[in-house]
Ligand binder design. Structure first.
Ligand code: BYC
Length: 312
């Protein structure tokens, strides 16, 4: 083993951070690029289902909150692309890979938003699941990713609270509004459980990622944490989670729950979810329409650089 490899192993064993200029095994770099890029793409694609409701928000207050949230997601995507760039990849290259289907984004964003209750339920369940998954990533061994996660998690907590607050207003409204919240919860519950990834036995990356201190918990551990956290919140809303198998297990001191339909998860990952084609097409269209902005910014930067050079 080389001195560089030993230093890397010692840093990981001491639970310290790897920084961009440190030597790292190629497989560690690749795993991080895969996960961080997928995470960045999720933030960017995740703007679509919620953005769909900005023009139809029921009040100015709701519109301002939703606009701020969607803008935050864009910011998260930017921090994460910047973190990925410290590993030697280029943001333009990552965007190409997303558009060409060579990199993934979270399965959850391939489901449609059908009512305004979905905005609340996404905040509550989807951001709630994201927080559960991402708080441990603040302790990830790769410095730039861990630091990006600290800020992202703070903003996600606000997102979760705004979702819950919207739902509280709806469940205290009319019977029709309560029904909207229940119907939306019924649709988003199972895809939210799938966000944590396949069951541990079918997760090819978990073991190695945990050895490298990239992941701190397995997919099933985090899913369980999410279920346990969500049950009392559903009770506070007076909403039923759509799983008759969801019961407290006093021996395990945790809830038993029914596994989501993993064949649906596989289908969504392989491109046949309800909105896969629409999401990628929309991203491609927005990227193509932004070409002139990128060209103008590059031309401006080149001109400034030439000016500085001739002044020197
Ligand atoms: N969707 O070995 P595994 C958000 C893939 S929240 C799609 O367990 P790993 C937001 C996985 O990539 C969402 N693909 O993988 C919230 C692998 O395929 P590849 C974003 C999934 O990496 C609100 C294969 O399945 N959060 O952004 O150890 C508003 C086997 O899985 C999914 C993150 O990305 C999935 N749900 O663990 C707006 C968090 N699950 O790559 C935005 C960071 C698994 O080998 N990521 N796959 O072809 C992680 O924590 C981990 O990457 C995962 C998966 C837990 C997701």
């Amino acid at each position: 083993m080389s001195a560089l490899e030993s230093r890397f192993d010692e840093t990981i064993a001491a639970d310290q951070r790897i920084e961009p200029r440190d030597w790292m095994p190629e497989a560690y770099r690749k795993t991080l690029i895969r996960q961080i890029a997928q995470h960045a793409h999720s933030e960017i694609i995740g703007m679509q289902p919620e953005g769909n409701w900005i023009l139809r928000a029921p009040s100015l207050r709701r519109k301002a909150i939703l606009l701020a949230k969607v803008q935050d997601e864009a910011g998260h995507g930017m921090y994460l692309y910047a973190a990925a760039e410290t590993l030697g990849v280029d943001r333009a290259e990552l965007t190409e890979m997303l558009i060409e289907g060579r990199q993934r984004y979270s399965s959850i964003f391939n489901y449609p938003t059908l009512s305004y209750a979905d905005i609340g339920v996404i905040g509550w369940l989807v951001d709630g699941a994201a927080i559960c998954n991402q708080v441990p990533l603040c302790r990830c061994s790769y410095g730039p990713y861990a630091r990006a996660m600290i800020r992202v998690c703070k903003e996600e907590s606000f997102h979760q609270r705004q979702g819950f607050e919207l739902l509280l207003a709806m469940v205290n409204g009319t019977a029709a509004q309560r029904e909207m919240v229940q119907e939306s919860t019924n649709r988003w519950w199972w895809p939210s459980l799938m966000m944590f990834g396949p069951p541990d036995g079918d997760s090819p990356n978990t073991q190695q990622s945990m050895k490298w201190n990239i992941k701190r918990h397995t997919n099933d551990e985090l899913r369980q944490r999410f279920v346990d956290m969500t049950v009392p919140q559903a009770a506070a809303l007076g909403i039923t989670l759509p799983d008759p198998g969801l019961v407290w297990n006093d021996e395990r001191k945790a809830h038993d729950y029914t596994e989501p339909d993993w064949s649906e998860f596989k289908a969504v990952l392989s491109g046949s979810g309800p909105c896969n084609a629409q999401r990628v097409e929309h991203r491609k269209r927005a990227h193509d329409r932004g070409a002139w902005v990128r060209e103008a910014a590059t031309a401006y930067a080149q001109k400034q650089a030439a000016r500085r050079e001739s002044a020197a």
